[in-house]
Design a protein around this ligand. Structure first.
Ligand code: SF4
Length: 64
């Protein structure tokens, strides 16, 4: 599984970071999300899906 954040859509709500801090960091300059681990490790798939579904801007995409 791979995960990406569309920087043009992200508005920095930080929800993804709260759901899955192992996968999503927050940029110092604007608080927007950046992917830490684009290749989702085993055991974190559910968190990645939860973050994707919870993103209000639909900025997170997952490739299974
Ligand atoms: S939840 Fe979505 S809009 Fe909010 S920081 Fe994460 S990727 Fe960006």
């Amino acid at each position: 599984m791979r995960v990406r954040v569309d920087a043009n859509k992200c508005q920095g709500h930080t929800l993804c970071h709260r759901v899955a801090p192992e996968l999503f960091g927050l940029r110092e300059e604007d608080g927007h999300s950046e992917v830490i681990l684009s290749e989702v490790p085993k055991g974190l798939e559910e968190k990645a899906r939860k973050a994707m579904l919870g993103c209000p801007e639909q900025a997170i995409a997952i490739e299974e």
